[in-house]
Design a protein around this ligand. Structure first.
Ligand SMILES: N[C@@H](CCC[C@H](N)C(=O)O)C(=O)O
Length: 261
């Protein structure tokens, strides 16, 4: 069969997207999703998403996310932003969306050409001597480093991702350095891709909250420069933790195609 797909990217984090409202693919086809994401034997992407029918009256659609290894995973922030842009392209939404992903309900708005995606509230941030750890829909290890441009993100990220306490389940690993007031440079090693990606949405969200918790910034609007472009994270804080967290940035359709399956 020929499968119609769309390719999107959000600050260089790239995704294959399938309109699965008619259930044209089954969610457990790990082999197919891995091949579609393969940069040599398939289309090539950091992950794959299915846009599915909503499961309740409040939602516009359902998001299902798979890493490049073909396995369904936890939340993808850049993926969520791309899926909102795709839903708008399909006419499923206009400029506002409510949808459910694996980590729960999300609200989004498209404004000034950028997708603003509300992330889940975060109440727990673990602080250690060398790093912080938190879950922003996906698990993230956050480390402040010097000379980020020359940092060996792949080797260090891979050893942290596979080592204690994460082991097989793994964690994404983010490296951050301050650029200027309220602006930070971030590079991320992503589990499930098992490599550095050009940007990670749940990753920069985790970095922004970590920087605020560790008092490296007192701003509640943080600009994040990733190798794939700039993202902004805004949030509020009260006694329960961080809430009203928004991940803001571009999400673009790159091409549409058909692949033989
Ligand atoms: N690129 C994503 C994160 C995708 C999930 C991650 N690889 C995991 O398995 O935890 C993002 O933009 O958030």
């Amino acid at each position: 069969m020929n499968l119609t797909f769309y390719k999107y990217q959000g600050t260089g984090n790239d995704f294959v997207i399938i309109d699965n409202r008619q259930s044209i693919v089954t969610k457990n086809d790990t082999k197919l999703f891995k091949r579609l994401c393969d940069r040599k034997f398939g289309i090539g992407a950091d992950g794959l998403m299915l846009l599915e029918l909503p499961e309740n009256d409040e939602d516009d659609f359902t998001m299902v996310y798979f890493n490049a290894d073909g396995n369904e995973s936890s939340m993808c922030g850049n993926g969520g932003r791309c899926l909102v842009a795709f839903a708008s392209f399909l006419g499923v939404i206009k400029d506002k969306a409510t949808f459910t992903a694996i980590d729960g309900k999300h609200y989004a708005v498209i404004k000034d050409g950028l997708v603003q995606l509300q992330m889940q509230d975060v109440s727990t941030i673990e602080e250690y001597d060398s790093h912080l750890f938190l879950d922003t829909g996906s698990p993230h290890h956050v480390m402040v480093v010097d000379d980020l441009d020359n940092y060996d993100v792949v080797s260090v990220g891979r050893s942290i991702r596979n080592g204690a306490p994460y082991y097989e389940a793994g964690s994404n690993v983010n490296f951050v350095e301050k650029a200027t007031v309220g602006v930070f440079n971030v590079r991320t090693y992503e589990r499930g891709v098992e490599d550095e990606t050009l940007s990670c949405g749940t990753g920069v969200t985790a970095v922004a909250l970590s920087l605020h918790t560790s008092k490296m910034t007192d701003k509640k609007e943080v600009r994040m420069q990733t190798p794939g472009g700039e993202l902004k994270v805004t949030f509020q804080k009260n006694e329960l933790g961080y809430h009203h967290i928004f991940l803001i940035g571009p999400a673009e359709q790159v091409f549409k195609g058909e692949i033989v399956c």
